[in-house]
Design a protein. Structure first.
Ligand code: ATP
Ligand code: MN
Length: 483
């Protein structure tokens, strides 16, 4: 006989089911006794809202009620009735309770008190049962769904690019090596280097840092494609915005120029954020309050001016500010912040890479809205970006968000074979290894463009979580690969 006859709490909350028999299953958040009756707040993951179970000791044995402690998993059968209390419309009068799994209160680490996010990271296997992480992962799911819906509705095709690759030509970050060689005793070449021709793939391979190059190949046949997959960077940067394993969304479009690319990125970001606003109301209201509490604990000058929901609506309703790198450098150089030496890295010369303090100054202090920065110096950008007429800049775009900094990096790609190969030569990228990439420029080349959105940075922005480790279930960062 099938076990699952449960009704989800989310469904029970949608309308008044008074009078109906129901079976619910979930985990005890809290239990309190009042006038001989036990009230159990039950959560089953479907909603941030708990459902109230009323257990009358005349119907439910004392032994069962004792075991219904915080964290225990219960199956409850009973009747839905209008609630006497003010906290909820309806509740479940328990007629039968089965303890599916006990949670010894002496040992269960999650108690109904406030735990720090740092502590919860150490018990990432259990933190999913908290209000905060339940909300974060429901919102994360909604955003992932919205990403696919957006592109599907626009006629883009989802391409699965390889996770194991032989190219690190992009130079987007340090790679993790993939090998089956015996690390203690690897075969060596005559010169004493590791002989990768004896490795599994008969060459040196690594985990992908980006699906872009393969994405471009697909766009040269399907015209509009996107990838959405895991991405790996072995950067030893212990920041609140970097993971060693993260998920990236990379649309790539034939027949798009730089401006088409910017328009798509802005429309796409607004769409997925609106989707979350419409479909994750309760979770976002909870996260809005959580973020406000966190803000209140900060010093007045470090608090953000807008609350979470206000900020999300603001981004959806306002046009992003578009400006060139050159214009941004002027603004930064002449800012009081720079003159008073408040930047750790002072902005003096055209050509320097922007630090996240500069990006955040532009977004949070100067424009107070998302910024699309374009036309960067070619020397600080990748080889595949399209060279501009001025000979100095490329058709790059970075999108900068409040509280996050860079959320999107993209460009129009160099479609002219001559210019691409000479740039590769300048940058020391071996053309022989990239023969397949260059073939797209040899045969039927066309203007095309694309960008990469770090999915966790998007989830951070939408949930207001300050640390990227708190928006992915099991974060991988330097020194951390537990769970
Ligand atoms: P940053 O300068 O912030 O390190 P990047 O310029 O190296 O990022 P890109 O190579 O442009 O990043 O990658 C595209 C997008 O992927 C970035 O805009 C960002 O949203 C995301 N991203 C890059 N590196 C990471 C990381 N280590 N963890 C999470 N997201 C990342
Ligand atoms: Mn970038």
């Amino acid at each position: 006989m099938a076990f699952n006859k449960r009704i989800k709490i989310k469904v029970l909350l949608e309308k008044d089911h008074s009078g109906q028999k129901a079976t619910v299953m979930g985990w005890v958040r809290t239990k309190r006794n009042n006038k001989n009756v036990a009230f159990i707040a039950l959560n089953d993951g479907s909603s941030i809202t708990n459902f109230q179970i009323v257990a009358d000791p005349n119907l439910i044995s004392d032994d069962i009620l004792k075991r219904a402690t915080t964290g225990a998993c219960l199956k409850i059968e009973g009747t839905i009735v209008a609630s006497q209390g003010s906290g909820q419309q309806t509740e479940l009068n328990a007629e039968h309770i089965e303890v599916l799994g006990d949670a010894d209160p002496e040992k269960y680490p999650l108690q109904p008190k406030k735990h720090s996010l740092e502590f919860l990271r150490e018990i990432a296997h259990l933190r999913i049962r908290t209000n905060t992480f339940g909300a974060v992962f429901r919102v994360r799911h909604a955003l992932a769904y919205a990403v696919h819906k957006y592109f599907n509705d626009k006629g883009f095709f989802y391409i699965h690019t390889p996770i194991i690759t032989a190219s690190d030509a992009e130079g987007a970050g340090e790679t993790f090596k993939v090998t089956t060689l015996d690390l203690k005793n690897p075969p060596l070449t005559e010169r004493g280097n590791i002989d990768f021709s004896q490795d599994f793939f008969e060459r040196e391979t690594n985990l992908t840092v980006s699906g872009q190059l393969e994405g471009e190949l697909a766009a040269m046949g399907l015209a509009e494609i996107y990838t959405f997959g895991p991405t790996f960077r072995a950067e030893n940067s212990n920041t609140t915005r970097h993971l060693a394993e993260f998920w990236m969304i990379e649309p790539e479009m034939a027949f798009y120029d730089a401006e088409d690319n910017q328009n798509l990125a802005e429309d796409f970001l607004k769409y997925v954020i609106s989707y979350a606003l419409e479909n994750c109301k309760e979770d976002l209201e909870f996260l809005d309050k959580r973020a406000a509490e966190e803000e209140n604990a900060k010093k007045a000058d470090q608090r953000s001016e807008m609350g979470l929901l206000e900020r999300l609506r603001f981004v959806v309703e306002n046009e992003f500010q578009r400006l060139t790198y050159t214009e941004a450098i002027e603004i930064l150089r002449n800012s009081n912040h720079n003159k008073k030496k408040k930047f750790q890295y002072l902005v003096e010369n055209w050509g320097v890479d922007l630090q996240s303090e500069h990006e955040r100054y532009l977004v949070e202090k100067h424009f107070k809205k998302p910024v699309i920065l374009t036309d960067y110096p070619k020397d600080i950008k990748a080889f595949y970006m399209r060279q501009n007429e001025d000979g100095k800049t490329v058709a790059a775009m970075d999108i900068l968000f409040p509280g996050i900094g860079e959320i999107v990096g993209g460009s129009q790609r160099e479609e002219r074979l001559e210019l691409l190969t000479s740039r590769m030569e300048e940058m020391g990228i071996p053309a022989e290894e990239m023969w397949w990439y260059l073939d797209t420029r040899r045969f039927g080349s066309t203007p095309h463009a694309g960008f990469g959105l770090g999915f966790e940075r998007l989830v951070q922005f939408v949930t207001g979580m300050g640390n990227i480790r708190d928006v992915i279930a099991f974060p991988r960062t330097p020194g951390h690969a537990e769970f």
